[in-house]
Design a protein around this ligand. Structure first.
Ligand SMILES: Nc1ncnc2c1ncn2[C@@H]1O[C@H](COP(=O)(O)OP(=O)(O)OP(=O)(O)O)[C@@H](O)[C@H]1O
Length: 442
């Protein structure tokens, strides 16, 4: 049933611990290895006549490796929380953690063939192979809550089939609680970040993402919204074989977004411009947002410069008021109107009346700095070093207990979307006519 494909990445097979007991045991062993590493590094520091500090003990790279190794084996909730943290806080966590965050974004194991066969059989029928010309058991991708296989139906259609790891849906709450407890133990998270609200939102988002029939519906909605749009390719959903744990759609042959880095400046600018156009359309026009804009969720076609959109698990319809308030912030930033920026941030819940004057003024100053992106004709996030400048400006907030307000879910998801697209543009070193793109929505 399998056709070899030399271009495909190889994944290590590793059984996903599916019972609650085995998942807790896995976290127990992580706690054990963290403690072991702390002792080892404290002793190591003492031998080298250094004072043991948080940096050379808790934040030591051995701990980073332990956390990554265990989370990537747990997959599901554990790994997703790591990904969310790296998206939300990736630019502000201590530099020592960058290797873990990078691995959490990318590293994954696939499930052993028998576990995969059990999932296919329990979701389909014993004779499921009758539907296919071939089904490649080697996954083309192993992500946080499922792995993706390529297959060809008897009718000739090529499908991408996402199969969820067993036990993911039932263990979301307990996994997230346990992992967050561990992360708190490592004191990894700056005081200013409200981990408990990230945790609540991660639970809510993951439960939605673990229901592949809801993703199938979101995929159909996006397919309809972008029908005949020459900038984008959205795979056609295939519902006859889709279930809550298996998602089937058209297979699209395109290149990973990371390879865009090697394309011409023109291609990079065009592809990234499409993504900013889509961002504004989702926020201000569709009011329906795909809120997980990580690198792996886009592919591109180098010849046509089209963007392939994938992974619709985390879509959300946002309230009209949220869409309007974001638009007000954007245009107030363009006009450098501090009073309007403040009132829109208050409405969005990104600031509240209890915040100190110092806090309000820090956030408004940061908005004014960021506003250069929508004022000049063409903007390059990387060359402007805007992220490090904003980090420096808001650094004082990171060390104050719960200083960063936890907005409601709509707002948190739009924030994640905006941040994700900006980080992508920053990474790719592109020039974007952001002012012009925004003005189309005036
Ligand atoms: N329709 C498709 N055509 C071609 N490749 C696909 C398709 N769908 C998914 N893939 C491949 O599988 C990878 C993972 O897919 P997807 O992002 O949907 O999985 P996921 O489990 O939801 O990931 P995440 O960890 O982001 O939640 C993609 O980056 C892409 O390489």
């Amino acid at each position: 049933m399998s056709e070899p494909d030399d271009e495909k990445p190889r994944y290590h097979e590793k059984a996903v611990p599916s019972s609650r007991f085995s998942r807790v045991a896995k976290l127990g062993s992580l706690a054990g290895s963290l403690t072991g590493n702390i002792i080892k590094n404290t002793v190591g520091a003492a031998v080298k006549a250094q004072k043991p500090t948080v940096k050379n003990t808790l934040l030591h790279l051995d701990n980073a490796k332990s956390v990554t190794k265990h989370l990537s084996q747990m997959r599901g909730a554990a790994m997703k929380l790591g990904q969310m943290l790296s998206m939300d806080a990736g630019e502000i966590l201590p530099a020592e953690w960058e290797p873990i965050l990078a691995m959490l974004r990318e590293k994954a194991h696939c499930m052993p063939k028998q576990q995969l066969l059990d999932m296919l059989q329990s979701n389909w029928t014993a004779n499921w192979q009758e539907h296919f010309d071939y089904f490649d058991f080697e996954p083309i991708a192993a992500a946080s809550i499922g792995q993706v296989h390529k297959a060809r139906l008897k009718t000739g259609e090529e499908l991408a089939i996402k199969v969820q790891y067993p036990g993911v849906a039932n263990s979301i709450d307990s996994d997230l609680e346990n992992v967050a407890g561990l992360l708190k133990l490592t004191r990894l998270i700056p005081k200013g970040i409200d981990i408990d609200s990230i945790l609540q939102q991660a639970k809510q988002q993951l439960k939605q993402e673990a229901d592949y029939l809801s993703e199938l519906e979101f995929l159909s909605t996006f397919k309809a919204l972008l029908a005949d749009d020459p900038r984008f390719i959205v795979p056609t959903p295939y519902s006859p074989l889709s279930t809550t744990e298996i998602l089937c759609m058209e297979f699209i042959d395109a290149r990973p977004m990371a390879e865009l880095a090697y394309e011409t400046k023109n291609t990079k600018n065009t592809v990234m411009t499409h993504l900013f156009e889509l961002l504004f359309e989702e926020m201000f026009h569709f009011k329906f947002v795909q809120s997980d804009p990580n690198f792996a969720n886009f592919l591109f076609n180098p010849d046509t410069r089209q963007v392939v959109l994938l992974d619709f698990g985390a879509c959300r319809t946002i309230r009209d008021s949220v869409s309007d308030d974001y638009k007000n912030v954007a245009f107030a930033m363009q006009k450098q109107d501090e009073a309007q920026i403040l009132s829109s941030l208050l409405k969005l819940g990104l600031l509240n009346e209890n915040n100190s004057e110092e806090m309000k003024s820090t956030v408004i100053k940061a908005c004014l700095t960021a506003s250069e992106s929508v004022q000049c004709e063409s903007y390059n996030f990387k060359q402007a070093q805007i992220i490090s400048r904003l980090q420096a400006q808001t650094k004082s907030l990171m060390n104050k207990e719960n200083a960063i307000a936890a907005p409601d879910f709509d707002v948190a998801l739009v924030n994640r979307k905006v941040a994700g697209i900006v980080l992508l543009a920053n990474k790719l070193d592109v020039d974007i006519k952001l002012k012009e793109l925004l003005n189309e929505h005036a």
